[in-house]
Design a protein around this ligand. Structure first.
Ligand code: ZN
Length: 316
């Protein structure tokens, strides 16, 4: 693909409509451009003045991202040693006494479904990643998990007349290139009045910029949508959900921040011969340095947890 000039980017972005509300969106000025190493495409960040959603243009998911082990974040799932996702914890705080059937879209290694099964839900899950599904079956003995797209699963569920009392999707919505169509599918799978819950990264989290400099996981073609609390509430309300509640979650415990800082120093400073002597002093200082991120993560946690009610009538 030929690199576009800044003028070309601005001209093409004049016609961009918001993925969340169809209003006219605007590119950042100066433009915030990302050239993705994964597919060599150039993306520009857009802001919607109407619903506050930020999204990357061109808004077009790249399925090759989910193939193989190309993206390091998914390798973690394959080992079966991934810790329970801390951003899923709020789900278990207030579930109704009637349990029923639960569907986890993008269930990964099945950790969330396993906990739902322990409290009485009948667990069902889909994921695009074959190795993660293998872990879910072997480690958590989950029978109703499969490698499937949401389209194929919805079609099969429709034929069987299946509905779910709880539909969850953690770290899935930010990957979508058509979020309203995705949420309409969720509605069709959820029973009227059922619970929908999950999480997305908090775009206003502490050290978000630093985080994005360390890796490209929060950038396209991985993540296309960047949410604030207000943008997330508006998207769900526009999609027809009610009782939309969004809270921040995912702050790391102090000892994990210390461990991460120590690992970061080790990784970064060891690379540069003239800085290697700094590794040990920095590691010794890590417990003191961790106080700042610990406070920052409590003021602006890493994730937004959402929970809402599916509407009483189904979309067509
Ligand atoms: Zn919008």
């Amino acid at each position: 693909m030929v690199e576009r000039t800044m003028n070309e980017i601005r001209e093409s972005d004049d016609s961009v409509t918001c993925a969340g509300c169809a209003a006219k969106a605007r590119a950042d000025v100066p433009a915030h451009v990302h050239r993705a190493p994964h597919n060599q495409r150039t993306y520009t960040l857009q802001r919607c003045p109407n619903c506050e959603l930020q999204f990357w243009w061109p808004l077009q998911a790249d399925p090759s991202v989910y193939e193989g082990e190309g993206f390091e974040a998914y390798v973690d799932y394959h080992t079966g040693k991934r810790p329970f996702p801390r951003w899923a914890e709020p789900l278990f705080a207030a579930l109704p006494p009637h349990r029923g059937r639960a569907l986890d879209i993008g269930c990964g290694d099945g950790a969330v479904l396993h906990r739902l099964a322990q409290i009485g839900y009948e667990p069902h899950g889909i994921d695009l990643d074959e190795k993660s599904i293998a872990v879910a079956r072997e480690k958590f003995h989950l029978a109703n998990v499969s490698v499937s797209t949401l389209d194929a699963f919805e079609h099969a569920s429709g034929l069987r007349g299946e509905q779910f009392d709880l539909v969850t999707f953690f770290e899935v919505l930010e990957h979508q290139d058509a979020p309203l169509a995705f949420l309409a599918q969720v509605q069709r799978l959820c029973r009227p009045g059922g619970i929908v819950a999950g999480s997305v990264p908090n775009r206003d989290r502490f050290l978000a910029r630093f985080d994005r400099r360390l890796g490209d996981g929060d950038l396209p073609p991985h993540h296309f949508l960047w949410f604030s609390r207000a943008a997330l509430v508006r998207l769900f309300e526009r999609a027809g959900f009610t009782n939309v509640d969004v809270t921040t979650t995912g702050a790391l415990p102090y000892r994990q921040i210390v461990a991460k800082l120590a690992a970061l120093f080790e990784r970064r400073l060891r690379r540069v011969a003239s800085l290697r002597w700094l590794v040990l002093p920095c590691k010794v200082l890590a417990p003191a340095l961790a106080v700042v991120p610990w406070i920052g993560m409590r003021l602006a946690p890493s994730h937004l947890f959402f929970r809402c009610t599916a509407p009483a009538t189904k979309p067509s």
